[in-house]
Design a protein around this ligand. Structure first.
Ligand code: NAD
Length: 228
């Protein structure tokens, strides 16, 4: 069994990679900086997923996976008014456009061999909005794309779902000011951020054991988040 994870060199993606290796998968992680010494079972590829042609070339080399995890993503904390065309294009290319193009391509190829599972790492931001308006839009688009792929390819064995976490304790949160972090934590039931391990457990479930009737869905993991 083969799995491909975009952005799997750290954070949530790396936790998913380790779990899939433990389940017997041959795992390929695709990130901009790669992995110096990949653990056994993981092959690391250096690729900027914003450049779809490069991403496609790597995917073609790896071949059809049983599991594809769309995890690579970026987020900014500037106010929406500060965004220039370049930022908008970059965040949409990485978080949405390449992810959707790769998913559609792999869904076609999975369907041709009897099926497979695609999991997208979306966000609660895709449901309730976000200070980085383009981040929220990219994640909403990803959720919608998984639903569309489930509808178009589900009857041919392709399962496509999303997870939608609230704030997770990873490098992505480092740029958030401490006062905002405290506010975000206090808006959750547990008064803390989710861990990368917890998100990875949910992704692993969707990628392996979740009933196939769960298709085109979103697994919410925002801990009752209540942003004002
Ligand atoms: P992270 O910053 O540690 O991981 C981001 C990953 O994306 C890294 O592996 C990075 O190498 C990769 N990446 C970014 N741009 C890339 C590019 N152009 N080409 C290739 N790889 C690229 O943070 P994380 O929290 O582990 O993020 C993983 C996913 O989870 C992201 O899609 C993020 O939007 C989503 N998410 C994070 C949070 C959070 O609060 N941390 C909440 C909800 C959803």
């Amino acid at each position: 069994m083969k799995a491909i994870i975009t952005g799997g060199n750290r954070g949530i993606g790396f936790e998913v990679a380790k779990r899939l290796v433990a389940r017997g998968f041959e795992v390929h992680v695709l990130s901009r900086s790669g992995l110096e010494t990949p653990p056994a079972g993981i092959t690391a590829w250096k690729v900027d997923v914003a450049d779809y042609e490069s991403l496609k070339a790597v995917l073609d080399q790896i071949g059809v996976p049983d599991v594809f995890v769309n995890n690579a993503g970026i987020m900014n904390t500037r106010a929406a008014a500060d965004y220039g065309r370049e930022h908008i294009q970059e965040i949409l290319d990485i978080n949405l456009i390449s992810a959707v193009r790769a998913s559609v391509d792999l869904a076609d190829r999975m369907a041709a061999v009897g099926g497979g599972r695609i999991v997208s790492v979306a966000s609660v931001a895709g449901q309730i909005g976000h200070p980085d308006i383009w981040y929220g839009i990219s994640k909403a688009g990803l959720i919608n794309a998984m639903r569309s792929i489930a509808r178009s390819h589900g009857a041919r064995g392709v399962i496509a779902n999303s997870v939608a976490p609230g704030p997770v304790d990873t490098d992505m949160m480092k740029s958030i000011p401490e006062a905002r972090k405290a506010r975000l934590k206090s808006a959750t039931i547990s008064q803390r951020f989710c861990s990368a391990e917890e998100v990875a457990d949910a992704i692993l479930w969707l990628a392996t054991d979740a009933p196939v009737y769960i298709n085109g869905e979103v697994v919410d993991m925002n801990n009752g988040v209540n942003y004002r």
